[in-house]
Design a protein around this ligand. Sequence first.
Ligand SMILES: *Cc1c(COP(=O)(O)O)cnc(C)c1O
Length: 381
Amino acid sequence: MDFNTKVIHGGQTHDPSTGAIMTPIYQTSTFAQTSPGIDKGYEYARTANPTRTALENALASIENGIFGLAFASGVAAIDAVIKLLKPGDEVISTNDLYGGTFRLFTKIFQKYGIKFHFVGMENTDHIEKYINKNTKIIWVETPTNPMLNIIDIEKVSQILKNKDVLLVVDNTFATPYLQTPLDLGADIVMHSATKYLGGHSDLVAGALIVKDKFLADELYFIQNSTGAICGPMDSFLVLRGIKTLHIRMQRHCENGKAIAEYLKKHSKVDKVFWPGFKDHPSHEIAKKQMKDFGGMLSFTTKGNKYKDAVKILENLKIFTLAESLGGVESLCGHPASMSHGSIPKKEREKVGIIDSLMRLSVGIESNKDLIKDLESALKLI
Ligand SMILES: *Cc1c(COP(=O)(O)O)cnc(C)c1O
């Protein structure tokens, strides 16, 4: 089945009790048993709920996996993965990482004796230096946030061949429309479904997708034991969002390209970070690994003044200044003070998150209007 068909039908069946085309929102905590232990496949809604099952099957289908797990948030999904580990285990992670993931690793799990190394993975040699007998997980985010670096998933998976190390890819930015990490050798795909999968800025949810039954059982055991499940209403909304993922992504990519090209030519703009540019350091990997270049981009202004970034962000009218990304509406953000505010200044500047850096999540509006909006705001500096 092609991706464009999978997003609509993949893993889905009409509701068996009524024939409803769309899986209903099963807003229930428990399910009747006809005799002790005899039920219709569902017993308690933390353990499983039909709306969540429908979403989990859809997730598995679009990521070319076999098992999907839906969580209350992206960080709840990450939390479940790290709970596979025990004290003394080590994780090697992308250094240019989503701020909330960095916080979870360093402020929560480090104190339980799990060690994290943050390395620039654009050069995969950097990973090998840190691998030792305690290494259990390689955590990859690509494209990275907010610098839009690309990490070669297949190359990382080759380094791990014959090693007992799991490769986890946070696929939030790319979505399975652009890349399917399980096909490139990843063991676990993770999503903040809050972003492109949901796609309408109306929910918070997370996901894990795997192929291996043993790994799926372990993660399911953690999910059921710790309880950070995706509720039926949010499951329904993500499922509904996924049905238009392909057409939304197509437009996000078109608009992202138009805006990246516009900004690159602007006299007040210093650098534009977008993997579609031929001179982007990992353009060739992006071309090989991704179907298109996505709707996320970042840019800096000449002189690197904090006040210029503030002026622009305060005066954009269609782009809304807000956390998050991946919705139909365009958003803008200031990583140094917003999403990456929890990362120390020195650390963030090392990876390029300087004061004038602004990040755009380009929506699916008319790109002419989006460019006009940027033009008026850039005039003010
Ligand atoms: C938002 C985000 C997360 C965290 O997901 P939540 O749904 O906010 O918990 C993780 N990774 C990336 C890349 C994100 O953008």
